[in-house]
Design a protein around this ligand. Sequence first.
Ligand code: OOG
Ligand code: NI
Length: 466
Amino acid sequence: MKENSFVSADEIRSAFSAAMSVMYREEVPAYGTLMELVAKVNADTLAADATLKDRLEATCSLDRISEERHGAIRLGTPAELSMMRRVFAVMGMYPVGYYDLSTAGVPVHSTAFRPVGDAALKRNPFRVFTSLLRLDLIANESLRAEAEVILRERRIFTSGAIELTEKAERDGGLDEADAERFVAEVLETFRWHDKANVSTDMYKRLHDAHRLIADVVSFKGPHINHLTPRTLDIDKVQALMPEYGIAPKAVVEGPPTRKCAILLRQTSFKALGEPVSFRDGEGAWKTGSHTARFGEIEQRGIALTPKGRSLYDRLLDESRRIVRPAADGSNAKQYEAALAQAFGAFPDSWAEIREAGLGYFSYSLTEKGRQTKLAGRRDIDALVAEGLVEFDPIVYEDFLPVSAAGIFQSNLGDGAQQEFVASPNQKRFEADLGVAVLNEFDHYAGIEQASIESCLQALSVAMAAE
Ligand code: OOG
Ligand code: NI
């Protein structure tokens, strides 16, 4: 096979993301409603903010926004996780970051599979927050052993998906027909199954141990549990949700409302109880219900440097020590006030954020810069001061563990709050995954540095051409 007949990984990812969106819209109609609401708010926001629209256009980021979404799945075994990694690699998605959620009472640890590199992100930033169940955190040994047997016996990938993944690995890509088949086959892994793998009794025992365990172990596959569109104004979407018949969770996770958006703000609507059937003897089924799938929206802001991130973590911690948001929303106002108060200490202009070294920026030449020729190299700060170079925030592409825990919790219900001994185990996770996860900070620093180099080069090329 000639290499040039391959479809790019970016194309496959885009096709997969679109197919997943169509499937989820059919499966969970409220997701379609949320998409409409987000599209409307984004259009209104852009119409009212010409500068924002200009900057998004200038950084080639406008097109990706309406396409943008992330999803989440929960896997049951190391073998499933490592196969999932190989499947995502065909779509140009790689594991970035390690998230330990045991501290938040959720027996999983996770990574996010996503494209890496500026060009791939601009083409389509589709990501999947992927968790692996930690049966080691389950106290009941016999239940743990039974769950292991159930998980070991299920097959979450179709044979077509496995074959095509192996083919892509062997040949270095897939041609158009294979890529199309790959997308259809892989979609099957994420599909909802209304027939459980287990009896009502087993489901109840798993559920009593932890709702999340029941969700992972009881079904044939790791159904996609939400798909999240990106909004440019999360407060507005949150306020409008009830008008569209959707009840949002009590508080928005992440930083408070600010002029300069940092990291990630997220909110969701609660998971819906859905009818499922449980095994009831040979070929017979018994009707029941299961709660797993929900909707979420997010607003993405600037990626923070380690220094910015530790300031964020400290301020979030501070506000949560004053008010811990209750799941029923009873102290939502107090929490918002405490959050806003604490984050007063985080600079709120791009210039200050840049000067304090709190965020990552992408640099480009201004009109004046494009017409200037410079002798010798200059420091980037000097070029900014002289008005030759301008800077735009680099978007945060990852997730936040405290926010993720809040999203998990709001969907597991109040009764599900459970204490585990905090036990991050990145080494174990990476052994199960089959590779080390990438470090998010390295990636942002790389994009920033590349933009600086290209400014410096353009200025000195101008000089050489003189
Ligand atoms: C994942 C929850 C985390 C996010 O956006 O932080 C998440 C899950 O419920 O499986 O999706
Ligand atoms: Ni999410």
